[in-house]
Design a protein around this ligand. Structure first.
Ligand code: NAP
Length: 488
């Protein structure tokens, strides 16, 4: 199957922080792949901006190296890379200073879409917004893109929203959560709302519980300083896991348009119940016994022997509405776990009565939506084990792994950033978080963090490359349930 590529309208995309890690690893390689796919029109231009005095050639050299390293297979095609680099420009600019803004004004063209990607620390968002406005670089159709973390609590998120709202309308602000750009996440909506099969069963009458796991094998690495101020709750649950939960739990929107979808997500967040303290397990990883020098324990990695920040969190929460009353949602995420895996599992209830008897084996239908690795959707169904010997039941997967179902090009590995940046140019906000959504997510998160801080809770240690602290297993077992195995 050959996927259709529709070129977007001509644009000038300015990447503030265009020399940073995110720009080099994700944004620029993503743009290059869209260029190779034919999605960037002739007139599209990308302008890197940062304080370093690089010049256009110096910038192109830096981007060439970055694309060689992070651009995938296409990154080795020097002809295409040369053509892409010609679209690149650079201005030396300080967000907190007046220098460079006139140069930027001189580069921007009229009658093309202007998008400004704030790939810098959030503390610079307000300065950038103000200077863009003061120098008259934006119009009503200009877009700005901002990255996580969008605040560290409700007050700071409100402040950021206010800083942006002073100069931009909400319809111009694109808050990235790259989980929403994943193919499978959009497929989740297609499966839910494009088929009759699932929707009648998608409620507490038929769903026993839901598990959302985002497991990483890596530790905090060189980001210890940043991570220790944040922790798994702020870094992962408030945004990525919350977004996944919303897509699973939301009501069907009337249309697949940005505000209809985001209105429904917001209702889910507002219906989330506060989590009981004994339904939260936080953990910190121990050193890898085989390589403690390179893979030290969490507190050593963040250089704070008394740190109480969690590198793992598991919790049980409920959504107080008609559809989900009584169905628990179990969320779990952590670092230095046994496999890198992101999966949502819809665990359906057992059949009310087994006509085959208990010894035939009873199985539960599970719809698992796998975000990484091996993106795909699998439905576990029960069938008869083939062969003679009576009625024995086994579980088999009805598999929608994209690579198998659609062939190699159908499963084309479009990185989330590629899709999201193109959505910005198309002016489609469906896969971006709205300001009120982000604030509602913090309003749910804040009291939980405040609760464990005030109680002085200490995270539980867990073995490196395990499935997390034993208490997280107990959280499930107390309810007569088990976590799905974390598999690569
Ligand atoms: P980074 O590697 O530290 O890069 C920061 C960029 O901002 C550099 O280009 C830097 O260049 C520029 N910069 C710093 N101060 C500036 C100023 N006053 N005026 C203009 N430019 C300035 O950071 P990053 O990892 O790319 O992250 C950027 C943002 O994305 C952060 O908010 C981060 O939390 C978020 N994010 C990053 C990732 C990731 O994978 N890296 C993932 C999700 C979110 P100069 O020093 O030359 O000015």
């Amino acid at each position: 199957m050959v996927s259709r590529v529709i070129p977007v309208d001509p644009f000038d995309l300015v990447i503030f922080g265009g020399t940073g890690d995110l720009a080099r690893r994700k944004i620029l390689p993503g743009l290059f792949r869209r260029f190779c796919a034919g999605q960037m029109p002739q007139e599209a231009r990308v302008i890197g901006a940062a304080r370093a005095e690089l010049g256009a050639d110096g910038y192109r050299d830096m981007v060439r190296e970055a694309i060689h390293e992070f651009g995938g297979d296409e990154g080795s095609d020097d002809t295409k890379l040369g053509a892409f680099l010609e679209r690149l420009h650079y201005v030396a600019i300080d967000a907190r200073d007046e220098g460079g803004w006139r140069d930027l004004a001189g580069l921007l063209r009229h009658r093309v879409i202007r998008a400004f990607y704030f790939s810098v620390a959030p503390s610079l968002f307000g300065d950038l917004a103000e200077r863009l406005n003061n120098h008259g670089l934006t119009d009503n159709d200009s877009r700005i893109v901002v990255e996580k973390p969008f605040g560290r609590d409700l007050a700071s998120a409100r402040q950021l929203n206010g800083d942006l709202a002073a100069f931009f309308d909400e319809s111009q602000i694109y808050r990235i959560d790259h989980y929403l750009g994943k193919e499978t996440v959009q497929n989740l909506m297609a499966v839910r709302f494009g088929n009759m099969l699932f929707e009648p069963l998608w409620n507490s009458q038929f769903v026993d519980h839901i598990q959302i796991t985002v497991a990483e094998t890596v530790g905090v690495g060189g980001r210890g300083d940043y991570y220790d101020k944040s922790g798994a709750m702020r870094d992962m649950v408030q945004n990525h896991l919350m977004q996944l939960l919303c897509l699973i739990a939301m009501e069907p929107p009337a249309r697949f348009d940005p505000d209809a979808v985001r209105d429904e997500k917001l209702k889910v967040i507002r219906a989330l119940e506060e989590v009981e303290p004994h339904h939260i397990v936080r953990g910190q990883y121990d050193a890898d016994p085989d390589d403690p020098e390179n893979l030290p324990d969490y507190r050593t990695a963040v250089e704070d022997p008394k740190s109480r920040t969690e590198s793992f969190i598991a919790m049980k929460t409920h959504i107080a509405n008609w559809r989900w009353a009584g169905t628990p949602f179990y969320l779990r995420t952590g670092k230095r776990l046994c496999a890198r895996s992101s999966e949502i599992s819809i665990m359906f209830k057992d059949t009310p009565h087994s006509i085959f008897g208990e010894e035939a084996g009873r199985h539960r239908n599970v719809l698992s939506i796998r975000l990484q690795p091996n993106e795909g959707i699998q439905l576990g169904v029960t069938i008869k084990e083939p062969g003679p010997g009576g009625m024995r039941l086994i579980d088999v997967p009805l598999d929608m792994t994209f690579a198998d179902a659609l062939g190699p090009s159908g499963a084309e590995n479009v990185d989330a950033y590629e899709r999201l940046v193109m959505d910005v140019i198309r002016g489609n906000q469906t896969l971006f978080m709205r300001g009120d959504e982000v604030e509602a997510a913090w309003a749910w998160t804040d009291p939980l963090i405040e609760g464990w801080t005030n109680r002085g809770d200490v995270p539980k240690p867990y073995d490196s490359h395990s499935a997390g602290p034993d208490a997280a297993m107990q959280l499930m077992r107390r309810d007569g349930r088990e976590w799905r195995e974390v598999t690569p």
